[in-house]
Design a binder for this molecule. Structure first.
Ligand SMILES: [Zn+2]
Length: 478
């Protein structure tokens, strides 16, 4: 062969090789034909749990192993929403639950406000059972983004109507007031009692831990354990605001849901959220946050235990975004945080007020001393005093700001919480831990919209922009 001919053939060979290598490297991980089929999907969401807080928890927990430490398939997820670098929980859950990016505060809709079919609806359509759990109001952004549609997350009266219309099988969490009319002490303006409506549709209904533990033999369960958010774990201790709480733990709710959902031979989808990790992070309340993360890991361990010998179940552990950029430093004093008895929210509620309704300086100083700040500075007292007139939640942020700085935890400051649309979320990348069948597709770096795409590729669940799967609505508000 002539030299010229050989060069051409060699050249073609190199091109073929380059194309082959490029194809292998770019081979889509979501190629359905090469993937195992997944029957059950469990998504565990720790809301507002960024990597800095993960480091904080590991140290607070004295470097003991975390349930996610043994995971072999780990991804790194960026979380920008359709309209902002920094996402809120509504846009984040919409992305993870539908594969479509939307604007902050959008729930299950695209950038134009059109509904997008979500994983929960797709799984119901496939005959699987669906469970939604949150320690927040169960109609708030995270569960709603996986299961309902609203142009604004603030329209929570719409969300339980969607849940019941779709016939989701297990619904557990806080937010009872969103289900009952104003006349009965609830928040619904349409006069509807959706708890009664659920019972008429065959749901068992429970309101406390004891009743939840006794539930058996039902395929449909609604449990609403608090009028608003479920209580912080740290505040269920004696001397704190929720000491008489009869609420179940996230683990108890999750285990009960698995018990009911797993009876469906076609499989199930469960989204279980440790929501108050985020609330404590917003308040820079390190101690309360550590208890919420502990609660989340207890639930996760139970999920892993349930799934460990199964060949048909995928477990994905994720957060929707970081909140307030909390992270440890060499000055972090874990002992000081642990000596804070209750949450900073509890602290804020206990500040005494004068005849004009303003916080008294004396009670701020006394409470700071009780929480390990022996010699508060004028600036610290003033920061808390200046939050007077805001919601007590905003005062909790001021207390968290003071104690976090005193005890050496780095974070955004209180003003970032007070003055931003997401109250202090950040765009820090978020780890994704996947275990079980199909978990290998979660390896890599990707956007949060890929979560629903990957779950869809593994299960055949189809999400799309357009009208949600038809349901017979007997409840929808006109
Ligand atoms: Zn948040």
């Amino acid at each position: 062969m002539k030299l010229k001919g050989r060069l051409i053939i060699n050249g073609l060979g190199i091109i073929c090789l380059v194309v082959l290598v490029a194809w292998v490297l770019n081979k889509p991980t979501s190629n359905v034909q090469n993937l195992p089929h997944v029957k059950n999907v469990i998504v565990m969401v720790a809301d507002g749990y960024g990597p800095g807080a993960l480091a904080l928890y590991r140290e607070w927990n004295q470097l003991k192993a975390l349930p996610t430490d043994q995971i072999s398939h780990i991804g790194l997820m960026y979380t920008n929403s359709g309209g902002d670098y920094v996402t809120d929980s509504g846009a984040a859950a919409t992305a993870m639950g539908t594969s479509v990016a939307t604007y902050n505060k959008g729930i299950g809709v695209d950038m134009k406000g059109r509904p997008v079919t979500n994983l929960s609806e797709a799984f119901k359509k496939m005959g699987k059972s669906v469970g939604l759990i949150s320690t927040n109001t169960v109609t708030d952004a995270t569960p709603a983004g996986f299961a309902a549609h609203s142009q604004s997350r603030h329209n929570q009266s719409l969300i339980p109507v969607h849940y019941l219309d779709q016939g989701y099988d297990v619904i557990l969490g806080g937010g009872r007031k969103k289900w009952i009319p104003k006349a009965n002490g609830g928040k619904r303006k349409d006069g509807k009692d959706l708890i009664q409506a659920a019972q008429a549709k065959g749901y068992a209904y429970v309101e406390d831990r004891e009743a939840l533990s006794r539930v058996s033999g039902t395929a449909k369960l609604l449990g609403l354990f608090h009028g608003s958010y479920m209580s912080y774990k740290v505040d269920r201790k004696p001397g704190c605001v929720a000491e008489s709480s009869k609420e179940p733990s996230l683990k108890e709710m999750t285990v009960k849901a698995l018990d009911i959902l797993s009876k469906n031979p076609k499989g199930f989808f469960l989204m279980s959220e440790g929501a108050r990790v985020d609330h404590a992070a917003h308040a820079i309340d390190v101690n309360a946050m550590m208890y919420e993360i502990q609660e989340f890991y207890a639930a996760l361990s139970a999920v892993y235990e349930w799934a460990k010998n199964r060949k048909d179940t995928l477990v994905v552990v994720v957060s929707d975004h970081d909140t307030m950029n909390l992270s440890p430093t060499q000055l972090t004093r874990y002992d000081a945080f642990q000596s804070m008895k209750c949450s900073t929210d509890d602290f804020a509620q206990k500040i005494e007020r004068d005849a004009d309704g303003k916080y008294t300086r004396g009670s701020i100083i006394a409470l700071l001393k009780q929480n390990g700040v022996e010699d508060p500075t004028e600036g610290e007292i003033q920061l808390i005093a200046s939050s007077h007139g805001m919601y007590s939640y905003k005062s909790a942020v001021a207390v968290g700001h003071v104690t976090a700085r005193r005890f050496g935890v780095s974070s955004n400051n209180a003003v970032v919480n007070w003055e931003t649309g997401t109250s202090g979320h950040t765009s820090v990348m978020i780890p994704v831990f996947a275990r079980g069948i199909g978990s290998q597709v979660f390896q890599g770096v990707y956007h949060n919209t890929s979560i629903a795409k990957k779950i869809g590729a593994l299960t055949g669940a189809k999400t799309y922009v357009g009208k949600p799967y038809a349901v017979q609505s007997s409840l929808a508000a006109k």
